[in-house]
Design a protein around this ligand. Structure first.
Ligand code: 5GP
Length: 332
């Protein structure tokens, strides 16, 4: 375990509000005098997850709250020896106008900037904005306007994500925003095939044809989807614990890691929501390494492959040097 913990890891799929520490959430609830039922944290299925997100959004409310959870999230990932972290978040605004979406994003960016610019910083952090597919077009358009406005002067904003409740709306409702990003060279990633069903299969085919830079999860697929995503070379952000619960697996050895990694298709391992799933980057790697009995060479390959998937391309070489160096010194 120590070897996995010390290894320089890459985290590409972590939702800010889903990574809140449970103690911090409970403290916020106490301070705000909220009587909340935290028992849904024990249910990790889809329904339980979205209950938890309901609690999170009622509890984490103010800009100082968001600043604190961002700071703690960076501490937690750094503690796991993550050397590159992409945080994603759905821009929020206060209903009665006390803060705007832009102020929300700026609050998070300030924490990221302070962190990245520290001398001898070993973990670099980047930010993706998420469009929540469960929300309105008006909301999506606002997120889009923000990314258009901010991405040029804010190099730490590196992409746009589509997430949220997969039962709501469809990719086609939001495709225009992703096309616009593509035309401007802003990277894109889509939560794809999160749940089962024919509608999802059709939608996932459309997503693959759109060719985002990456997809997240890719839990449910048939042969056609499997072959097509490999053909199109679209890397997959896997989140083992989250996927395990969503798919209702009995054992991690059933995880679809096996359907891609051994074929040389790019995949990375991420946490999704450290708070919701009570996990961290070390555990996510450990679960897959154990389930598939990966050797050191395969673990290294997995990390190198993850480094090829990062949205800030300038850092790839630096990340790969770090990974190579770790395995050279450890094997020596
Ligand atoms: P936020 O964007 O508020 O910082 O992070 C929490 C949000 O991320 C949730 O409300 C949800 O929209 C999204 N999210 C977190 N985990 C998942 C997941 O496993 N699947 C999907 N589809 N969305 C998720």
């Amino acid at each position: 375990l120590e070897f996995i913990k010390q290894a320089p890891k890459i985290e590409l799929h972590a939702h800010l509000n889903g990574c809140v520490r449970k103690e911090t959430l409970q403290q916020f609830a106490l301070e705000k005098n909220l009587q909340l039922d935290f028992s849904c944290f024990d249910r990790k299925d889809n329904d339980g997850q979205f209950h938890v997100f309901g609690i999170i959004s009622q509890t984490i409310k103010t800009l100082p709250d968001f600043r604190r959870i961002t700071r703690e999230m960076l501490e937690d990932f750094k503690h796991q020896n993550v050397i590159y972290l992409e945080i994603r978040t759905t821009p929020k605004e206060c209903e009665n106008g006390c803060f705007t979406m832009e102020e929300y994003v700026n609050t998070i960016l300030e924490v990221i900037k302070d962190h990245n610019q520290q001398k001898d910083q070993t973990m670099q952090v980047r930010l993706l904005l998420s469009i929540d597919r469960g929300r309105s077009q008006e909301h999506a358009q606002k997120v889009m306007n923000l990314i258009l406005k901010m991405h040029k002067e804010q190099p730490y904003i590196v992409g746009l994500d589509l997430s949220g409740n997969p039962e709501k709306n469809s990719f086609q409702d939001f495709i225009k925003y992703f096309q616009q990003c593509k035309s401007l060279n802003i990277k894109t990633t889509l939560h794809a095939a999160v749940i089962d069903g024919q509608k999802v299969i059709d939608e996932t085919l459309e997503m693959i044809e759109f060719q985002p830079d990456r997809v997240g999860h890719f839990n449910f697929f048939n042969k056609q989807l499997h072959d097509r995503i490999i053909e199109k070379k679209i890397p997959i952000e896997l989140c083992p614990t989250s996927n395990f619960f969503t798919k209702g697996l009995k054992d991690m050895s059933e995880h679809h890691f096996k359907d891609f990694f051994y074929q040389g298709h790019l995949v990375s391992l991420s946490t999704d929501d450290t708070g919701v799933f009570d996990t961290d980057s070390t555990q996510e790697h450990q679960k897959i390494i154990r389930a598939f009995n990966l050797n050191k060479e395969q673990f290294k390959q997995l990390l190198i492959n993850s480094s090829k998937m990062v949205f800030d391309a300038q850092l790839k070489e630096y990340l790969q040097q770090n990974i190579n160096q770790y395995f050279e010194t450890q094997q020596g």
